[in-house]
Design a protein. Structure first.
Length: 324
């Protein structure tokens, strides 16, 4: 025989449960927070996470740790966050590469849009076209002529197959009718090391990854890959301005969390990130490493992700890039 529980008893039990869960939520965070960067150290996502960590730690009252899990075009690090507990203690520093992965990889161990939720957009990350200083190339037109004079001979590097840096090369080939060899790495830093050593002849990295070498004079920057010039390097023309109309590869970075994190926890994370990015010292530190702060809420970040995914899917089909 079923016993009907009075309405007032059900209401009391509901309120009791809410009160019991509140202290645990109110105490968040009670332990260190981990930002997973799905690349080896040295790229824009890694630099942004490390610059932001002290400010986040100050505002959240807990240590903020950076864990680099590079490989497979950001898939390994992203999967680690997807499978982490949805408690707000593990977040991903995502990028345009994540928007590409779903279109270019056959069997991802996750569905990004389903398994992760946007927390906050951090920055715009302009890309740049760079060559070793010793190559006789000073602008985009000379680069196009040089690549055409050496069909299938020049090597360009990227932080991995399916990254925006890789597809920038594919777009360049498509728009110029040229042929180059793509060499994938586990991150931007080792690729740039080989570029400096002349084992590569060209690269389309984030400005943040190449900034110190451009300033040191060991790499020559030819143009930025964004649709407009960037305040980070106002003297550099866009690739469009430099003679290749329509070429555009804009990068971005933002934080994502596993689906299921409590809205209150997400709200605290968002507030901490927003306040950190308002801090002048943090903004200047990001600027110095080639990262242009562009704070925006989760809806903007989701829309950015979706539009990037559709855009890159079109290029992948046009270029008939074999899915991995």
């Amino acid at each position: 025989m079923l016993v009907q529980i009075p309405v007032w008893v059900r209401f009391f039990l509901f309120c009791l449960g809410a009160l019991m869960s509140f202290p645990a939520l109110a105490a968040w965070p009670e332990k260190p927070i981990k930002i997973v960067v799905p690349f080896v150290p040295g790229g824009a996502a890694d630099s942004a996470a490390r610059v932001m960590a002290p400010g986040l730690q100050k505002r959240l009252g807990q240590a903020v740790l950076i864990e680099n899990k590079g490989g497979a075009g950001a898939t390994i690090g992203t999967a680690a966050v997807v499978t982490a507990p949805a408690d707000g203690y593990t977040v991903l520093m995502g990028s345009a590469t994540n928007a590409i992965s779903g279109a270019i990889q056959k069997q991802l161990p996750y569905v990004f849009e389903r398994d992760l939720v946007p927390v906050f957009q951090v920055a715009e990350v302009p890309g740049v076209v760079v060559v070793p200083r010793s190559l006789p190339i000073n602008n985009i037109q000379e680069l196009i002529a040089y690549v055409k004079a050496h069909p299938g001979e020049l090597c360009y590097g990227s932080p991995g197959f399916g990254t925006s840096v890789h597809l920038a090369g594919e777009m360049f080939e498509s728009m110029t009718g040229t042929s180059m060899i793509h060499v994938p790495y586990k991150g931007a830093a080792p690729a740039i090391t080989d570029l400096l050593g002349l084992r590569l002849q060209l690269m389309f990295p984030a400005l943040a990854a190449a900034q110190t070498h451009i300033q040191a004079g060991t790499l020559r920057a030819l143009a930025v890959t964004t649709p407009r010039r960037t305040a980070l390097a106002p003297e550099l023309p866009t690739v469009h301005e430099a003679g290749l109309p329509g070429f555009e590869v804009g990068g971005w970075i933002g934080l994502f969390a596993p689906k299921g994190v409590a809205p209150e926890v997400l709200g605290r994370l968002q507030k901490a990130i927003e306040d950190t990015l308002k801090d002048d010292e943090t903004r200047q530190a990001l600027f110095k490493v080639g990262i242009e702060v562009a704070p925006a809420g989760p809806q903007v970040l989701r829309e950015r992700f979706d539009s990037e995914m559709r855009r890159w899917e079109k290029l992948i089909k046009t270029r008939k890039i074999e899915l991995q």
